[in-house]
Design a protein around this ligand. Structure first.
Ligand code: HEM
Length: 507
């Protein structure tokens, strides 16, 4: 009798639970039915395997289920997730402050000592105070003063000199190299000099090791998180299989590196000295407060480590992968190199290296940079946002705490804006007179309060590396090699496949 009652109660509870798990919020964006516990995880995983890309998987689902082309509503584990599928929806997310939050969960907090720290995954007052500080530092150390620009120009020069040495070591005229990530150290150096005032040699083992960890980390996660973020219990029952253990290990290694750097700064710190990098400026705020005489409560040493971690991840992975696309397409398109080189020779010549101030006179080279960013972003998603309150998106109801992920494919592939969206073609950004035209809807660095803070640095690096390399080298497909594939790899941000190219010294 008692057992029967127990079975009945468990059955009622289970039925109630299962119905609750499958129920969709009222007027939620359309999408497949939610299965209990897993939601749409299996559908997304299966289509992702078939199509090779998260965003292609979501597009396939949208084709089948959506009653609008703007947004699609899914549930992954415990999380309601809305994907934007049009430029209109993307712009609405980035310009409406209701969507300025960042999601909660172990994926976002494990990386910063189980607290909400850093810049990328914090929000509201905490984020605003820290964001203000970093943006001011970028302006003060950065491009308002000459310092940062000089750092970028110097790194491009280091790159050319290292390539020359490499060619010399290969017999004097050319060297065949593995191309992906060939510029990563120079890109990282510009960022790291801003953060910590240090530059590393191209073969510095410690930094190479750190970059290796970072690239493994990026391959194992994506913009909607990792398995353990949607199913938090997996971090306890399947830490290995859910990716939790690797995630923690990678972050521990990166933390140890950042902590060493902060400790070094602390040993040499004198509050009355003018800060020379971001870490010193932050330590100064911790010691003597900001210009108002006291520091916002969000400032702490742990938060400084969180900022270093986030800037390192956000700044190196993105620009590095965008530069990988730039190098891939230059390798695949000798005619683009010829035209760029002709422009560089005409405007700058061969007796000095390109500078950022040459950019207005090098429209074709600038168009290559825009086109490389477009090629990189066409398969990319933004960092997840969170609805800070119950709100509306494209006419649908979005409950508080829903995760919103924006696809950058629509603004990057718009046939109204680009003559040739499916091809790598710098002409996509040039008018009939050869002047650069950037469509208003082309927004690789996003918009609004959560837009990228590293845009100027990223654009500067891409332009200087592109022009400096083309001025000094030809980039060719080695004899007997196939044309490298342009099919990207799905990762935290898209990346190129492995390939080799020959760098030939210009005489
Ligand atoms: C080609 C290079 C880059 C691209 C395409 C890019 C793109 C973006 C995009 C689209 C966002 C918005 C994220 C969102 O959806 O909320 C973003 C945010 C961010 N970016 Fe970049 N980025 C690049 C380089 C950099 C660099 C060099 C830095 C560091 C100096 C950086 C630091 C950040 C940070 C800290 C955020 C988070 C801002 C926030 O949470 O409000 N990025 N980036």
């Amino acid at each position: 009798m008692l057992l029967d009652l127990l079975i009945l109660l468990v059955t009622i509870w289970l039925t109630h639970f299962l119905i609750g798990e499958m129920r969709k919020p009222k007027n939620f964006p359309n999408g497949p039915i939610f299965y209990p516990i897993i939601g749409n995880l299996l559908t997304v995983a299966k289509l992702r395997k078939e199509t090779g890309f998260l965003i292609r998987a979501v597009m396939k689902i949208a084709e089948r289920y959506s009653n609008t082309k703007d947004v699609i509503g899914l549930k992954i584990g415990k999380d309601l997730v809305v994907f934007t599928m049009t430029t209109k929806a993307l712009k609405e997310v980035y310009t409406c402050s209701d969507f300025d939050g960042r999601p909660f969960g172990p994926f976002y907090e494990t990386r910063t000592w189980n607290k909400r720290r850093g810049i990328i995954f914090t929000d509201q007052d905490f984020f605003q105070a820290q964001h203000r500080f970093i943006v001011r530092q970028l302006k003060e150390f950065g491009f308002a003063r000459k310092g940062m620009l000089e750092i970028c120009e110097n790194e491009a020069e280091f790159c050319v000199n290292d390539f020359r040495k490499l060619i010399e070591n290969h017999g004097g005229t050319s060297a065949t190299v593995n191309m992906p990530n060939i510029l990563s150290m120079y890109i990282l150096n510009t960022l790291w000099q801003f953060l910590a005032g240090i530059r590393y040699d191209v073969d510095n083992q410690e930094m190479r090791y750190l970059q290796g960890i970072l690239s493994d980390l990026m391959k194992s996660i994506d913009m909607k998180g990792a398995l353990f973020s949607h199913f938090p219990f997996l971090q306890y029952i399947a830490p290995e299989a859910s990716g939790y253990k690797d995630y923690v290990r990678c972050h521990k290694n990166i933390h140890a590196f950042m902590r060493k750097e902060v400790e070094r700064h602390k040993r040499n710190f004198n509050p009355s000295d003018e800060p020379r990098d971001l870490i010193e400026a932050y330590l100064k705020v911790l010691h003597v407060g900001d210009e108002s005489g006291k520091a916002h409560k969000s400032f702490s040493e742990l938060q400084l480590l969180g900022i270093c971690l986030d800037m390192f991840i956000a700044g190196s992975e993105t620009t590095n992968n965008a530069s990988n696309f730039m190098m891939l397409y230059l390798t695949r398109n000798p005619h683009v190199q010829i035209r760029a080189r002709e422009e560089i020779d005409r405007v700058i010549g061969r007796n000095r290296l390109p500078k950022l101030s040459d950019r207005p006179n090098l429209p074709y080279c600038e168009a290559i940079v825009h086109e490389s960013l477009r090629s990189f972003m066409k398969m990319a998603c933004g960092v997840p946002h969170r609805a800070l309150k119950d709100t509306k998106l494209c006419g649908f109801d979005i409950p508080k705490d829903t995760m919103i992920i924006s696809s950058f494919m629509p603004p990057s592939m718009d046939t109204k804006n680009f003559k040739n969206p499916h091809k790598f073609d710098p002409e996509n950004f040039l008018d009939v007179n050869g002047n650069v035209v950037v469509p208003e809807n082309f927004i690789p660095f996003a918009l609004g309060k959560r837009r990228c803070i590293g845009e100027v640095l990223a654009r500067t690096n891409l332009f200087l590396l592109c022009t400096t390399l083309l001025q000094n080298f030809y980039i060719e497909i080695p004899d007997g090699h196939d044309i490298p594939s342009e099919e990207p790899i799905d990762s935290m941000t898209p990346n190129v496949r492995d390939y080799e190219a020959m760098i030939v010294l210009r005489q």
